[in-house]
Design a protein around this ligand. Structure first.
Ligand SMILES: Cc1cc2nc3c(=O)[nH]c(=O)nc-3n(C[C@H](O)[C@H](O)[C@H](O)COP(=O)(O)OP(=O)(O)OC[C@H]3O[C@@H](n4cnc5c(N)ncnc54)[C@H](O)[C@@H]3O)c2cc1C
Ligand code: HEM
Length: 509
């Protein structure tokens, strides 16, 4: 329908229940057919019939509501321009601290034109997938094959595993050559995916793969790599990492799943159970830690006879596919060994730094997005006749959140710079401690941000739909980051123990 222009006087004449117009930010909406269907009831709309409802609307709704119900828009007010900025898919936010500093016009020693191009292109793709991502999250269902394949087509799966030969020869979003992709590019990819604000679904799409694909990429035989990696990065097959068990989480060495060689030496027979395996519900491949004769080994197990998975209900969406996995006499070819037999601990350890760093980037963006929402909410919510932001105590909460976020983000950028400029061995030697300490700090910051944001949003912070949705998600899910990939206690301890390894013998006060 073509849109007309009206005067405010004309709108005023449509103020009855059967003929009900309202103005929101210079747009005119005909609510006559909607008023009885309105989720907030007819009463609030009737009160504003024929009037400007902009402030009332933004006090109660997210602007997505207007996008979804755009069909009720019949025109605009003549000679008036909208005052509210509408989010244009693919664009940058103008809210202070809503983007990291390089994207807010500050100078950066780290980011180049190539990073800006990648972010612009990835943001467009991710924005185009955001509504679908939310539908999966809310329905708590498996991320569809079509969704995974769209991710694959845009290289959004392969780019989560870091720079390396697996990207060489590819042209990535923004025209970036795979050979030029570095950890800052990867950081951008994680941040953009984080903007979907659907923590469980994110883990279902990316989480299991990020921690498991490297075990095949870096330790699988050439044949195994050739078979598995292209189909996983294309989104046709799914892979997960199965280390934790009901008996052993932090203490990996105590796992009880066994792999015994068959008499002809050609296979292993795997028996045991694994708990909390992200993406396990629908994984085609499991990278599994097992006890072999003289230690831990890693084996790639294909879903098949003897492999069973069932959903574990957690605080976040079942879209994460968190599984309890049972292996009962599963026959696995010896060619599926990842790394050397009895040396699987090296494989387990090898990806910890990258996994934890990925979690740093995801945690930082989750805080940033919540802070953006707090800023907007504090600016638009009127309480006791004033905006929340006019209360010093609310400004103080924002100050605490912003300063914590910017300090962790600066540390993450510093660590990312080290990753770009250190060999793998140097990273292993120098970065395990700082990454662990940074992860410990980031999840403490998340705790504080979730807490302050809840107080700013009030009841909406503990309501799943509506204005406080993003805050509700953070306060319900930040503990995942504090426990997964090494819990806070373990991270803090590891960080200081790593520092003590380099403590000079002769140092005294
Ligand atoms: C949703 C979800 C998804 C997961 N995904 C995967 C996955 O894909 N693959 C996988 O293999 N695992 C996965 N895990 C397992 C996860 O890695 C473990 O939960 C984690 O390692 C902690 O182990 P635990 O829960 O057994 O806690 P425990 O090891 O039993 O520890 C309990 C608590 O005690 C503390 N603690 C332990 N040891 C010490 C110590 N020495 N000093 C001080 N405090 C200590 C810990 O910090 C922890 O808070 C997932 C878990 C969850 C909840
Ligand atoms: C184009 C106009 C409007 C549309 C499409 C619309 C749509 C909606 C939707 C979808 C919800 C549920 C949202 C959620 O759970 O977040 C809702 C809630 C609500 N709406 Fe509207 N609305 C409109 C205008 C208005 C106006 C003008 C008022 C007047 C103040 C109003 C008052 C409310 C109230 C009080 C709620 C309940 C909010 C809550 O639970 O906190 N709406 N509306």
């Amino acid at each position: 329908m073509s849109l007309k222009t009206f005067t405010r006087e004309e709108v005023k004449r449509h103020a009855s229940e059967d003929d009900l117009w309202i103005i929101i930010d210079s747009s005119v909406y005909d609510m006559s057919r909607f008023v009885d269907l309105h989720p907030g009831g007819a009463f609030p709309i009737l009160e504003l019939a024929g009037k400007d409802a902009t402030d009332a609307f933004y006090g109660l709704h997210r602007q997505e509501v207007l996008v979804k119900y755009n069909r009720y828009k019949i025109g605009t007010i003549a000679d008036e321009k909208p005052q509210v900025d509408f989010y244009e898919p693919g664009s940058l936010s103008k809210v202070p601290y809503a983007e990291s500093s390089a994207w807010m016009g500050f100078k950066s020693p780290y980011f180049t034109d190539s990073h800006f191009k990648l972010r612009a292109a990835v943001r467009k793709v991710c924005d185009s997938l955001a509504a679908e991502a939310r539908e999966f999250e809310d329905a708590g269902i498996k991320p569809s094959d079509e969704f995974m394949q769209k991710m694959g087509e845009n290289h959004l799966l392969a780019m989560n595993i870091g720079p390396g030969p697996h990207l060489h020869g590819m042209v990535l979003p923004g025209g970036i050559k795979g050979e030029d992709f570095d950890y800052f590019h990867e950081m951008i990819v994680h941040e953009e995916i984080g903007r979907w604000k659907v923590r469980g679904f994110d883990d279902g799409v990316i989480g299991g793969m990020v921690i498991s694909a490297p075990t095949v990429l870096n330790f699988g035989s050439p044949a195994l790599k050739k078979k598995i990696i292209p189909e996983v990065f294309a989104g046709r097959k799914r892979i997960c990492l199965a280390i934790s068990e009901p008996y052993a989480g932090s203490d990996v060495a105590r796992i009880r799943t066994t792999a015994k060689r068959t008499a002809d030496g050609k296979h292993f027979i795997v028996n045991g159970v694994k708990k909390w395996i992200t993406g396990g519900c629908w994984a085609d491949y499991f990278s599994v830690a097992v006890q072999t004769e003289k230690g831990i080994s890693m084996l790639l197990v294909e879903r098949g006879e003897g492999v069973e998975t069932k959903l574990i209900k957690t605080s976040y969406s079942p879209s994460a596919g968190t599984a309890y996995v049972t292996f009962e006499n599963v026959l696995v070819p010896v060619e599926n060994l990842l790394g050397k037999e009895n040396k699987g601990f090296l494989v387990v350890l090898s990806n910890f730094n990258h996994e934890r760093w990925v979690m740093l980037t995801g945690s930082s963006i989750a805080c940033r997005l919540v802070i953006e929402e707090c800023f907007k909410w504090a600016n638009q919510r009127l309480v006791f006749g004033k905006r929340l932001i006019d209360q010093p105590v609310i400004r103080n909460k924002l100050a605490k959140m912003i300063s914590s976020l910017e300090s962790i983000h600066a540390w993450i950028e510093n660590i990312t710079f080290q990753m770009n400029n250190m060999s793998y061995d140097e990273q292993s030697d120098k970065l395990a401690g700082p990454i662990a300490l940074c992860k410990y700090h980031v999840t403490r910051v998340m705790h504080d941000v979730a807490d302050e944001a809840c107080q700013i949003f009030g009841g909406r912070a503990i309501t799943k739909t509506g204005m406080g949705r993003t805050v509700e998600t953070l306060q319900r899910t930040y503990k995942f980051s504090a426990i997964l990939g090494g819990s806070e206690e373990i991270m803090a301890d590891l960080g200081v123990r790593q520092a003590m390894k380099k403590f000079p013998d002769g140092a005294r006060l």
